[in-house]
Design a protein around this ligand. Structure first.
Ligand SMILES: [Cu+2]
Length: 510
């Protein structure tokens, strides 16, 4: 079976091929599902810092920690402040947020605020390494950083020990997340635990009668596998993540785990009342895509009411039977558990999984309760972009190169030479083609999906987005405005194995 892309190339499309990746089998007995209570990541409390008098100031120490993920087993992790997920940061739109990270890990790190509209110096460019502080476990000379990739970046802004990431937070309320973005080693670093939520609030979101407080729950979904000693089992070429970048064949298509974690717990269970809940779904997996469903479905179906996307609230809610979510995408949804009976159990399923990966978590409905929430027909008045504002169209082909690396327009990542130089303040249309699934993330901007194969966007493309799920043999067009910050950024595949194996490109706003 073949299909023709808009580039006119014949590419193979395998029936049922919806994933790129391979499962790593755990070497410990897997725990039974739906026994561990759903953890909620701790919320970080801001303080004042005289160096940043107008900012909410946060401090995070990146450190090795041991955490019980599988009951009875301690797992060594690379963490933000000792926990996986890391602590949740809450910012207010219009209030500068400074997060000082201290690196005590045995590897260099880079922090990226995913979805943030951030100046280039704080965006976490992949070569802007923060080396471990002096006295860390590994001496500096054994810490090759980007030189190990055979790539020299004279523009890199490295630091030693700590770095203050400075976020103006001029954007609307949204569910963002922060994670490691180190050149060539992002997959391994995120897999080992470097990820957390960063939520932004604003007056428009506050005014809505949506569920809030403990009925507004962030859910970080990620698949992992476990080695015999309880550690996370990542098939890296260099398990120390010091010198040899990349993932060995047959895993270069992506690393899949056989355990589904939600907020760091395997197939957890969450007790809920028979009322509406807002769930902020984040796919923080390295490579796995999910089609999330409810079993049983509520009477009449359409159990998910989507109220937000990567970049914030939708203009109007969209109802779904299932949610397809690619790596790094977010869907803010409302589930109304009053549509079920008290005592009922509802499983969040993954219709793209099989065996242990076909289930995600479970909700147990404990009792009736008062519910003053509603889902208004209009959620937001966020500005729209229109196609006629675009002054330029660019095309990018996401391809597999000789089964050795992944490329964009035939090129492997080059931090120095940009593939695009959008003018500051301009609007551009970017067309993406591919022969595999790729989850494409553009830094700095939120964009709209304009079309798929010249037709209207898909059911999961609503609203402002920073990550779009490319499908095999399909052309996806997005439109974005490049505002406020000139400088150097990246766009890349958010299948982290693809990203580390060069499917990333520099663009410079000029
Ligand atoms: Cu990809």
């Amino acid at each position: 079976m073949g299909a023709t892309t808009t580039l006119g190339l014949a590419v193979p499309v395998l029936l049922g091929q919806v994933q790129t990746g391979k499962v790593v089998a755990s070497q410990i007995p897997l725990p039974p599902p739906f026994r561990v209570p759903l953890p909620i990541p701790p919320v970080l409390i801001p303080s004042r810092n005289p160096a940043f008098p107008d900012a909410d100031y946060f401090e995070i120490t990146q450190r090795v920690a041991r955490q019980q993920i599988v009951p009875g087993v301690l797992t060594e992790l690379w963490t933000y402040n000792g926990s996986y997920p890391g602590p949740t940061i809450i910012s207010r739109s219009g209030v500068r947020t400074v997060v000082r990270h201290r690196n005590t890990l045995p590897v260099p790190t880079v922090v990226h605020l995913h979805g943030g509209h951030t100046p280039p110096g704080s965006d976490g460019f992949p070569t802007d390494l923060v080396y471990p502080q002096p006295g860390a476990a590994v001496p500096m000379k054994a810490m090759p950083g980007m030189e190990s990739t055979g790539m020299h970046d004279p523009l890199a802004r490295t630091s030693v020990g700590t770095r203050a990431y400075d976020y103006p937070i001029t954007q609307r309320a949204a569910t963002l997340w922060y994670h490691d973005h180190r050149m060539s080693f992002t997959a391994q670093s995120v897999y080992r635990g470097l990820a957390g939520f960063h939520l932004i609030g604003d007056a428009e979101a506050d005014a809505l009668p949506l569920p809030r407080g403990d009925r507004d729950i962030p859910l970080m979904i990620a698949d992992r596998s476990f080695a015999a000693d309880g550690s996370l089992y990542y098939p890296a070429l260099d398990p120390a993540a010091l010198s040899t970048p990349g993932t060995p064949d047959p895993y270069m298509g992506g690393v899949f785990g056989d355990v589904i974690l939600v907020n760091g717990a395997p197939w957890p269970v969450c007790e809920v009342q028979a009322v509406r809940y807002r769930l902020r779904l984040l796919n923080a997996s390295n490579a796995r895509r999910y089609q999330l469903g409810l079993s049983p479905q509520p009477p009449g179906g359409k159990g998910f009411t989507q109220v937000g996307s990567d970049g914030g609230l939708l203009r109007a809610p969209v109802r779904h039977d299932t949610i397809e979510i690619a790596p790094a995408e977010r869907f803010d949804v409302v589930l109304d558990f009053s549509r079920y009976q008290v005592g009922q159990e509802v499983t969040l399923t993954n219709q793209l999984g099989s065996g242990t990966t076909a289930r995600v978590m479970r909700f147990r409905i404990t009792r009736r309760a008062a519910d003053a929430t509603t889902i208004p027909a209009q959620l937001s008045t966020a500005e729209e972009v229109v196609t006629r504002q675009a002054e330029r169209t660019r095309s990018f082909a996401f391809q597999n190169h000789s089964r050795r690396s992944w490329t964009i327009n035939g090129k492997e990542f080059d931090p120095v030479h940009p593939v695009a130089t959008p003018r500051l303040g301009s609007t551009e249309i970017w067309r993406f083609t591919t022969d595999f699934h790729h989850s494409v993330h553009i830094h700095l901007v939120q964009f709209r999906v304009l079309s798929r194969d010249g037709k209207k966007p898909g059911p999961y493309d609503s609203g402002w987005k920073d990550t779009v799920d490319l499908k095999p043999a399909e052309e996806t067009a997005v439109i974005a405005r490049f505002t406020d910050y000139p400088g150097r950024y990246v766009m890349h595949c958010h299948n982290l194995e693809h990203e580390d194996m060069a499917m990333m490109a520099t663009f410079t706003v000029t």
